[in-house]
Design a protein around this ligand. Sequence first.
Ligand code: DAK
Length: 257
Amino acid sequence: MPQILLSEGPNNGVRLLTLNRPEALNALNTALLEALSEQLDIAETDPETRALVITGSERAFAAGADINEMASRDVVGMLEDPRVQHWARIDRFVKPLIIAVNGFCLGGGCELAMRGDILIAGTNAQFGQPEINLGIMPGAGGTQRLVRAVGQSLAMQMVLTGEAISAQRALAAGLITEICQPELTIERAMAIATTIASKGPLAVQLARESVRRGADMDLAAGLRFERHAFTILAATEDRREGLNAFRNKRKPQFSGR
Ligand code: DAK
C-alpha cells in the first residue's frame, strides 16, 4: 500500500498529498517521510505545481513519529537517523504549503503541520505534543514553532502536560486559520491553494519567504528583506502584467517570469 496517496494533476496548479498509514494513524515512519520527501522534490521542480496541500485521514492527520521505530534507536541510532534528512527536506520546500488537519495531529504530526504556511482543521481535530508522556520531548521543532504560533503559556502547557487542544482552541490561539466540517476540510484547503496558485508565482514565492523570514528576524532586518524582495519583483514580467491588467480592467495572466 502506498504511504502517500497522490491526486491526479496538478489541478489548477495545486497538488494534493494524502498521508496513508491508516493502521498506525499515519504515524510518521521512515518510509512515509521518505515518500513525502520524494513528492516534495517532484512538486518543487514541476513548474505546473504552484501550491501543495497535505492532509491525512478523517481520523488522523498523523499521530506522531512512529513509536515502534523510535524505540529501536539508541543515542547513536538517533544521531544517524535518516528521518532527520527528510524533516530538513520539508523545511526547504519553497512553494506554498497548505495543511488540512482532521482528527489526531500529535507529536511529529503537529510538528509536520506547523511546517505548513497555512493550517486549517476540521471540528474534530486535536493538536498536541504528547512526547512528555513517553519520557521524551518534542524533537522536530515542537518547542520552537509552537511557542511562536501560540505564545509561551499555551505552548508550555501543551509541551509539559502532553494534553491536546481542540480545533476551537487552536483557532483562538492562532495555530490554525479556519475550522470546517471534517468532510469539507480538503475542499476548503484546495480552494485556498487554488487562489494562491492563480497569483504570480514569483510574487508568491518572495512574499512567502518574506513572511517566513520575518518571523525569525528583528523588525529592521525583516523590513530590509521585504524592501529587497519588493525591488526584485520590479524586474518581472508578472509585475508589468499585473499592473497593466489592472489599468486595462482585465484579469492578469501571470507567466512566472
Ligand atoms: N506510532 C506508532 N503506532 C501508533 C502511533 C504512533 N505514534 N499512534 C497510534 N499508533 C497505532 C496504535 O499502536 C494502534 O495500533 P494497533 O495496536 O491497532 O496495531 C493504532 O495506531 C490505533 O491506535 P489506538 O488503538 O491507540 O487508537 P486510539 O483511538 O485508542 O488512540 C491515540 C489514539 C492517538 C490517542 C493513541 O494512539 C496515541 O496516544 N498515540 C501515540 C501518540 C503520541 O504519543 N505521539 C507522539 C509520538 S513521539 C524527531 C522527529 C520527530 C519526533 C522526534 C524527533 N527528530 C527529527 C529528531 C517526534 C516524536 C513523536 O511524535
